[in-house]
Design a binder for this molecule. Structure first.
Ligand code: TRP
Length: 330
């Protein structure tokens, strides 16, 4: 399958049901890419342990929720395997080996981990595993000899580390085992949440892929728009308006018109919100239809994962065999 195609490894942490931000920032891109690349899609469950090592039950349950969302959104397991990181133990083996080839100082300079530590108040007591999670990520990517990795901006430093690790390994063991993967940056990376901040489950500002039309309507009605606009006839300011941002993404054809109508006070926020809620419900309807199917066919989902695990393991075990040979360990 897809031998002649370039290879992609995509990963996502199983944080639970996915929201529109995950869809726009990652999933939608993956669905496109699976047509041109041989794509592997990985649920990064071990990565969840970096910030919540005790929440294993939740992590396990969330793995299946994430895969159901992936399938419902349109990832096709016949084109591209879906698998769970912890089901392929080779990730841990390569992670250990790579961890010897990078300095602590290099990891401490990583802006994404720094920011995370600051947000979580972990700066002075970060775990060894948390500091090293980009190395685990490098192992995820290199095990599949990925040519490219689709990520948002925050994850780009980790693909950079992955490239460095590939070069370092090839140099130290004097063999071209790993290609250096490219970054495929997501175009529409940041969809704002209902409050205008980044959409994030922990900020309670999300529209979930599984939200009903009524829930979407209720949520969008509370979305942040233009605080200076009291009456409909007041001139509006589309920049910074959440509903306008959604409009740009989901109804690009009428952006200019809506922008004018808003600025000229012809289109009121309430009316615009009503239209947008309807549009979002339409966009999500086919995804939700498929979700209903998969929710009632969970064993089929388990089979899809088992099949993906097997395909991933086949590739990973070959790579590890090459790694051990290059290191003279086999
Ligand atoms: N670290 C990524 C995140 O937090 C998830 C991830 C783990 C990943 N392994 C990966 C992403 C490999 C791309 C490739 O979002």
């Amino acid at each position: 399958m897809g031998q002649d195609k370039k290879r992609i490894l995509s990963g996502m942490r199983p944080t639970g049901r996915l929201h529109l931000g995950n869809y726009v920032g990652a999933l939608e891109n993956w669905i496109q890419l699976q047509n041109t690349y041989h794509s592997f899609h990985m649920v990064a469950d071990w990565h969840m342990l970096t910030t919540a090592p005790e929440a294993t039950r939740e992590i396990r349950d969330n793995c299946i929720e994430v895969v159901i969302d992936w399938l419902s959104a349109g990832l096709d397991p016949h084109k591209s395997p879906l698998f769970v990181q912890s089901h392929v133990r080779e990730h841990a083996e390569l992670y250990l080996i790579l961890s010897m080839l990078i300095t602590v100082a290099r990891l401490q300079r990583n802006p994404t981990v720094k920011e995370q530590a600051r947000d979580l108040g972990l700066e002075s007591n970060m775990s060894f595993g948390h500091l090293g999670y980009p190395v685990l990520q490098a192992a995820d990517i290199l095990l599949y000899k990925a040519d490219a990795v689709p990520v948002g901006e925050d994850q780009a430093p980790h693909v950079e580390i992955t490239r460095e690790m590939a070069k370092r390994f090839n140099f130290v063991y004097n063999r071209e085992v790993f290609p250096e993967p490219e970054t495929i940056l997501t175009r529409f990376a940041r969809l704002p949440g209902l409050d205008g901040k980044k959409m994030s489950k922990s900020l309670s500002n999300s529209i979930f892929l599984s939200d009903t039309a009524e829930t979407i309507q209720k949520k969008v009605m509370q979305a942040y728009t233009d605080p200076t606009r009291i009456r409909k006839t007041d001139p509006g300011h589309p920049e910074g308006c959440v509903v306008f941002a959604y409009h740009q993404k989901f109804e690009p054809g009428t952006v200019k018109q809506v922008e004018c109508d808003c600025i000229e006070g012809k289109l009121g926020c309430v009316e615009h919100k009503r239209q947008m809620a309807k549009k979002l419900a339409e966009v999500l309807a086919p995804i939700q239809e498929r979700r209903v199917y998969y929710e009632s066919h969970r064993s089929e989902v388990q089979d899809i994962i088992a099949d993906g695990d097997k395909q991933a393991r086949d590739v990973a075990s070959k790579t590890m065999s090459e790694v051990r040979q290059a290191m003279d360990l086999e």
